[in-house]
Design a protein around this ligand. Structure first.
Ligand code: HSE
Length: 441
């Protein structure tokens, strides 16, 4: 049988990896897919670079539309990234009846509803294993492996750049800015690292996982997003003394307990995680996703979340899936978002005020009688129970001290109110540092 013909849009790091792994493992991949898979055409603005990678094996063009218009191409891989040109090309490929494989998390998190609807209408597949956690097959696990389960929560380290920065800050006691500069010079962090360090990239990925876990539309605009750029080295140190590591987590959690509105928490922010949890020990640029589900219990998925061949591994898995399923009736394929399109849920994404979690607070206070009593009094009035208190000499002077408070679970709205009152006390000398805490048990 003639090999499946693939058109590749954008041959940067991941495109090169995809081409090379497909060539290297072609026999094994063919035995699995039941057919050969060939990248027959590549579009890239840098045609010289593209030709260097593919040699005589594929036609190289600068115009992506030429790939989409080619009737011999069965699958289009989009590795351009971003929401602009990539969106137009993905929609054009769908309209042309091509199956699409993409690593573009931003595009799917923001415009997924439109793209999945178009693919459904046209009866083509849109596959995106590479969009979340790179080489970890987390989409497959959530959509198929865990299909028997009611997913309770997902918590993931899904951005390697920020995990690298946090690991270095903890390991070497360095400040955020110094580690970021080092990561940029080593090529780990982008020249413009905003999407990574401000949590946006992780929120794109968490948004996609929330949709698959709960059968809800992708709703990036409703995600709460807070990055790591304001994290201070002393909080990492204090957290360590209390038995916690600070990680940037992407969290999607179904909430249906008495007294709270039923819905989904969708949030990305730095988090204290008990050091004894496996996920707290995921260091450097590695990714990990922890899933709590009713039948299976806790599962943990670990691996490289970026890089040429790890991401190519996910792209090629999608190519094999499409190859196996392209002749199936579209209604018999695995649904894009795990649930049948007519069985999607309208479970709302909850506001942060409705989130219930525990907290780490660090206050710089005047070291004098009655200060602790005033603070704990305000917390008690807000129905916030204290779990632990730590007092350490402040760095600036002998008259002030660092007060670290760990709380039990409470409503974020209550915490905000209590923090505003505490901040108003004369003896509180600096803005309060608040980091959320997840026990993940
Ligand atoms: N920039 C991402 C990270 C990789 O640092 O994990 C691609 O999603």
């Amino acid at each position: 049988m003639k090999p499946i013909q693939v058109g590749l849009l954008g041959i940067g790091t991941v495109g090169r990896g995809t081409f090379e792994v497909l060539m290297r493992n072609q026999e094994e991949i063919k035995r699995r897919a039941g057919r050969g898979i060939e990248i027959a055409m590549v579009a890239d603005l840098d045609t010289a670079r593209a030709s260097q990678v593919v040699g005589h094996h594929a036609v190289v063009v600068s115009d992506a539309q030429a790939v989409i218009a080619n009737p011999d191409i069965d699958i289009v891989i989009e590795l351009i990234g971003g929401y602009g040109v990539a969106k137009q090309l993905v929609l054009a490929a769908i309209e042309a009846g091509k199956h699409v494989v993409t690593a573009n998390k931003a595009l799917l998190a923001v415009h997924g509803t439109e793209i999945f609807a178009a693919a459904h209408r046209r009866g083509v597949m849109i596959c995106f294993e590479a969009a979340v956690a790179g080489g970890i097959p987390i989409i497959k696990a959530l959509r198929e492996g865990l299909t028997a389960n009611r997913i309770e929560w997902i918590a993931g380290i899904i951005n390697g750049t920020t995990n690298f920065i946090l690991s270095e800050m903890r390991d070497k006691g360095l400040a955020f800015g110094d580690v970021l500069a080092q990561a940029q010079s080593l090529g780990y962090a982008e020249a413009d690292p905003t999407f990574d360090i401000e949590g946006i990239d992780a929120a794109h990925k968490a948004t996609i996982m929330s949709a698959i876990a709960y059968g809800i539309p992708v709703q990036f605009d409703k995600a709460y997003v807070e990055g790591i750029s304001k994290l201070q080295a002393q909080d990492i140190r204090y957290a360590e003394q209390l038995g916690y590591r600070i990680k940037l987590l992407g969290i999607a959690k179904r909430v249906s307990s008495k007294g709270s509105r039923e819905g989904v928490e969708l949030r990305v922010h730095p988090c204290l995680v008990p050091t004894k949890r496996l996920i707290a020990n995921v260091e450097g640029a590695m990714n990990a996703v922890m899933i709590q589900a009713d039948a299976v219990g806790t599962t943990l998925y670990y691996g490289k979340g970026a890089g040429s061949e790890p991401t190519a591994s996910a792209v090629i898995a999608d190519l094999v899936d499409v190859t196996r399923l392209m002749t199936a009736d579209p209604l018999n394929r695995v649904p894009h978002l795990a649930f049948q399109p007519d069985s999607m849920s309208d479970l709302p994404i909850l506001s942060m005020d409705e989130v219930r979690t525990s907290y780490y607070l660090r206050l710089v206070v005047a070291d004098e009688a009655g200060v602790l009593a005033k603070i704990t009094g305000i917390l008690a009035q807000a129905d916030i129970s204290i779990d632990a208190v730590l007092q350490r000499p402040g760095s600036e002077s002998k008259q002030e001290t660092d007060l670290i408070i760990l709380t039990h679970n409470c409503l974020e709205a209550h915490m905000n109110k209590a923090m505003a009152s505490i901040q108003g006390l004369e003896s509180v000398l600096a803005p309060i540092v608040r980091i959320r805490k997840e026990e993940l048990s």
